[in-house]
Design a protein around this ligand. Sequence first.
Ligand code: BGC
Length: 916
Amino acid sequence: MFEHKFKIDGFTDYVRKAAADGAVLLKNNNNTLPIKKNEEIALFGRCQIDYYRSGTGSGGSVNVPYTVNALEGIKNNKDIRYNRYLADLYKDFVQNNPFDNGGGEWAAEPWFQKEMPLTDELVSKSFITSDKAIIIIGRTAGEEQDNDFIKGSYCLTDIEEDMIDKVSKVYNKVTVVLNVSNIIDMSWQDKVSAILYSWQGGIEGGNALADIISGRVTPSGKLIDTIASNIDDYPSNKNFGDSISNKYQEDIYLGYRYFETFNRDAVLYHFGFGLSYTEFIVKEISSTLLNVEKDPILSTTFSVQNIGSQYSGKEVVQLYYSAPQGKLGKPVKELGAFAKTKELRPGEIQQLTLELPIKQIASYDDTGVTGNPFCYILEEGDYKFYIGNSINNLKKLESLSDYSLNEDIVVEQLNEACCPQISFDRIKPKINPNGSYSVTYEAVPTRKGDLKKRILDWCPKDIIITGDRGIKLTDVKNGTNTLDEFIAQLSKKDLETIVRGEGMSSPKVTSGTAGAFGGVGDSLLKLGIPLGCVADGPSGIRRDSGEIAVQIPIGTLLASSWDVSLVKELYTFVGKELVLNEIDSLLGPGINIHRHPLNGRNFEYFSEDPYLTGEMAKAVTLGLKDGGSTGTVKHFACNDQEHNRAVVDSVVSERALREIHLKPFEMVVKEGDASSIMTAYNPINGIWTASNYDLNTTILRKEWGYKGIVMTDWWAKMNDPVVGGVATPKQTASMVKAQNDIYMLVNNFGAEVNSFKDDISEALNSGRLSIGELQQCGKNICNFLINSKAIDRPIILGSKVVECKSEIDNSENQLDIGQELLIESKTDFKLKLIVDKPGEYDLVTYMKYDANPSAQSACTLFLNSKYITNIQLNGTFGNSVKEKNIKVRLDRGSYTMDLKFTKPGLEIHSISFILN
Ligand code: BGC
């Protein structure tokens, strides 16, 4: 029924390559892996068939052309023999116990699938022919549902544990493959001889897995998070999951920064660690400080040699630094740079150079303890540098003495911004006499500055409204007119309209996508402002209308490759697919920090480390641009838990914000050519991010020099940018004041008529908001569109009309469909329609969805097998709503109307075709 546009040469091969390169081998005793050609494997676990290609929610809902599961991947790989009897048993089991999607509604899918119980007899029987066992364990997670520290989520279920026990009693070479969205509890790890985190590899995941276990590809992934023995070892654990306030007491001591400084013993698998089938030796050749007088850069050149004799492979070399404790306190080690070698044959050597600008290792003083408040400072003392292949296997650079400073150096003076309004305690290291560190706490400073004054002082000046002078947006693109001259033509109403996005599944843009923005009203279109289109992301194009796209591996897997050029190349393919589908921005990358292992959306994000995250983010945005589109970097910022995500306050110090949580955003803005950012659902220190002036203006635009657009997350809330207080989704004036440009979303066709009843008009009339503030948002939006492919698309005034041919012309049957078709359906159905009066019909649906407003549901309407439109609805708490949809031109004759529920939940009462 659809025109499939997913075929881009080389794309799926590249997905396979990326999926294999991000797999992390944590354990491989007695050469359990790879499987040799003469060995047969017994595959256990239903996820060999019910392979998870991604997590759930907006980041996972790609309609795919196919998925290669693990069993198929192994079948496809002629180097591997597998136990067919066992595979058939699993096939039967899966057939009789089908995948449980929780009913298909939003955030309803369980974290795990019921496993097939094993008997000792069955395992022993498999051992008659099989040499080694592979157990595949799967987990999912996603938007609006964190993981939980329970069996079936973070922990194994009893049946899974029993499977490991029974299999490892019989086989001495047992590999556990973790097809997971996130790290999981590993208390069972001693029972097996090999462990591979293969994560979720997109549509080619099964082939990639088979490549690794057969030895066609040597694993080269490294851990992006620290795996600790117990969940309570993670310093964020005591605050994560609160419904109201999530205090970031760990401050900058997150992940390995905490464990290295305070508790190495708690670590089971270290950050940066991953095994290979071969071995490498890293030798420092020379290290030096370049540009010593001005902005020094540490440069280290080293060689990496594959010293194995059998397998080719790649190695990741990591450079860490250790800054003096000083007055501020520092983690013992921090990642400063990294590089991955090419594929090295046995014996082959590659020489690489890593560079680390010294100012990158400065720390932020949010208390003034150094005498330089709100500055990035290099504190006096000795800075040490190390290279190696994990944080646990490092050598100090030898050919360079420590970088020593005998006084503090101010690297950058910034503004007090986004500070907590109420103090709380955060971790600070205390040095013990033996040189180790223990955890102590200090009070986090609170906001002192006059934010109200800052907003007034920096308020954009009004541009005098001229009305339509015939200047089109293309005239600005061509350099005939300035953006100011263009924007001056927009009336107050136009300016109100332009800051509203429409959707989801706007019929005005590519079907089934997340949103439309820009020319969302007729008078905006008349001025030549095109419609921009955005779609989820990040791991492929999500289209709720059912159209397919390539699903690539999850963010966590990609970061585990530690291969920036691989990720960039992969996203270049995605960028090309976006262009083919007329989508101007992918809603991704997601670059929140893995602050806690239970965060449900960790799979979309990259790592616990901000530098690695920032490098990956840059690879994505630059790759998408190379492909011809862009990415919308999200969720700005601190959307680090899904439970109560639109309410829970991220209470965080300015230092932790800047050094950890905002750092990847800073990197992608300054070095990744980011041109679109999405704010988050949550507040930071009492002010919701969508209306957070310091976040969107002081830091993002003034300090970092960002020139792109900022959009809210879908149906986000806002509160007052200065005093905070109660948040609602209607306070769009606060969003504009903060210079977050677009409210995503009002319903389709709702922007011009303010169907959402936001407060912009009232705020303009009362003087709470200025024309200049709205004009600045309008300029940002137009500037984005000028630089996108949208500007080259034809502008259609009035609604887009879908032409549809009848099956039988001049039918004798009479049915005036300019009336309500009463339907009352929650499930797919077909209906025969006869059109007597040819013409243009408005399609209007009357429907409800008994769920909360962040739940999403959709169905697709076809006439005579032609895709007409997607009907999308968010939870209405069961209230019925009438919504205008697309226009259809119908001939006289008969039509078969097909309604397919792609995301169940919504209930249609009626569909009307109203003759214009
Ligand atoms: C998610 C975003 C997503 C948006 C559009 C929201 O629920 O938080 O990440 O891009 O929906 O689907």
